[in-house]
Write a protein that binds this ligand. Structure first.
Ligand SMILES: Nc1ncnc2c1ncn2[C@@H]1O[C@H](COP(=O)(O)OP(=O)(O)O)[C@@H](O)[C@H]1O
Ligand SMILES: CC(=O)OP(=O)(O)O
Ligand SMILES: [Mg+2]
Length: 400
């Protein structure tokens, strides 16, 4: 039996799924969560049973090694050669990659060369690819880029209003991220709405540790909140989201611990967002506990988080000149009913209303009232499936 493995390294997690292809049957799946945080945890789901192990996971490379152990430990493979395809999520593809690519030494070099476009992700993605190349040298290895789906953005949306030379010489522009997720949930939403995606205007809110909002017109991304790197847009677990760049030289001049632009950017990427404001956690589950127990910083962090989501979603009503549906997905979007409620109530003017009884944890599908002129959907994302499908395409091509 041929097996395909999908590897999705996020900023705080590494998710994996082992498939029997082309049947798309999930043999096993798992997640290494809270990577780099004090209480990381590994979960594997096999034959409907969850195996949870609390253990220190310091970085993504360790997660890859643990994944290999898991495959052997649970007899998911007798021999690694049964895995004939491995697909890797790669966050930044820059201007090189408009679609998925077969991993070659050249492709790997290019992925590394654009690490500046996703400093929290591409190095981990490349490390994952390299680890599996060593372990499974004969498997078809495919890189699936977050940025690919956003290559349909019109120039007016992806360009920054700075002198043209910086785009022409250095490709400084908006690339976006989470593309496989925005694509997948928009297509699933069309099924739920019973209309072809080509006829729909959708706003997708991928809210995980990293978060981005997209405007999707007729199935194509026309705008998205992340920018040159995944630092742009809404507030996130550890990232500030959009900032006025003037803060950078001002802090360098005044704060003794911030010596150069890189120090400030590292602070925006790793010590900001929910973590920086709450001073408690970067994780929404912990933030909710702190907020509900009355922690003032946690309350403010939550309010700011919802505020930024509302602002970007409103923008995209403008970009699309109205929308048929708002779609929530990813760790927070799928699971956190408070965030969904507060965002939707705060945007009720746009014609959105949800049924409180349907807005529960684990809700899937349409949660809006019949009167709601903009539908509100919860659609679990499945980046791993999109990745496995792309691997399958390459496998077929290579067999021809
Ligand atoms: N049951 C839940 N309630 C609220 N938030 C949750 C829940 N489960 C996961 N999350 C949040 O989802 C976020 C992680 O989302 P995820 O999409 O897995 O992130 P990433 O892919 O960026 O690593 C964390 O903030 C986590 O707290
Ligand atoms: C691009 C990005 O932020 O990804 P993630 O949400 O998986 O960290
Ligand atoms: Mg993610």
């Amino acid at each position: 039996m041929e097996k395909t493995l999908s590897v999705n390294a996020g900023s705080s997690s590494l998710k994996w799924q082992l498939y029997e292809m082309p049947e798309e049957k999930v043999i096993a799946k798992g997640i290494f969560e809270r990577i780099g945080l004090p209480d990381s945890v590994a979960t594997a789901k096999i034959d409907g049973q969850a195996h949870v192990r609390k253990q220190k996971i310091v970085d993504h490379l360790q997660a890859v090694l643990l994944l290999m152990d898991t495959l052997i430990h649970f007899n998911l493979v007798d021999d690694f050669r049964e895995i004939t395809g491995v697909g890797h999520r790669v966050v930044a593809g820059g201007e090189f990659f408009k679609k998925s690519a077969l991993v070659t030494p050249e492709v790997l070099k290019q992925i590394k060369s654009i690490s500046h476009l996703a400093p929290l992700h591409n190095p981990a993605n490349a490390a994952g690819i390299e680890a599996f190349l060593k372990l499974l040298p004969d498997a078809v290895s495919v890189a699936v880029f977050d940025t690919a789906f956003h290559t349909t953005m019109p120039e007016k949306a992806f360009r920054y209003p700075i002198p043209n030379q910086y785009y022409e010489k250095y490709a400084v522009r908006k690339y976006g991220a989470h593309g496989t997720s925005h694509m997948y949930v928009s297509q699933e939403a069309a099924k739920i709405l019973g209309k072809p995606v080509e006829e729909l205007k959708l706003i997708t809110a991928h809210i995980g540790n990293g978060a981005s909002i997209s405007a999707i017109d007729g199935g194509k991304s026309v705008d998205t909140s992340m920018g040159f790197t995944p630092l742009g847009g809404v507030m996130m677990g550890t990232r500030s989201g959009e900032m006025d760049a003037s803060v950078i030289p001002y802090l360098i001049a005044n704060d003794p611990e911030l010596n150069d632009a890189q120090d400030v950017i590292d602070m925006f990427n790793n010590r900001s967002g929910i973590k920086g404001v709450s001073e408690v956690t970067s994780d929404m589950r912990d933030l909710q506990d702190a907020r509900l127990s009355g922690n003032k910083n946690a309350i403010l962090a939550y309010e700011m988080f919802v505020d930024r989501l509302k602002k970007y979603i409103s923008q995209y009503f403008g970009v699309l000149n109205g929308a048929d549906a708002l779609i929530f997905t990813a760790g927070i979007g799928e699971n956190d009913e408070d965030v969904r409620r507060d965002v939707v109530q705060g945007l009720s003017w746009f014609g959105m209303e949800i049924i409180p009884e349907l807005n529960v944890r684990g809700a899937v599908g349409d949660i809006s009232t019949p009167e709601s002129t903009v539908k509100v959907l919860v659609v679990p994302t499945d980046e791993e499936l999109v990745i496995a499908r792309d691997v399958e395409k390459f496998k077929k091509e290579l067999k021809k």
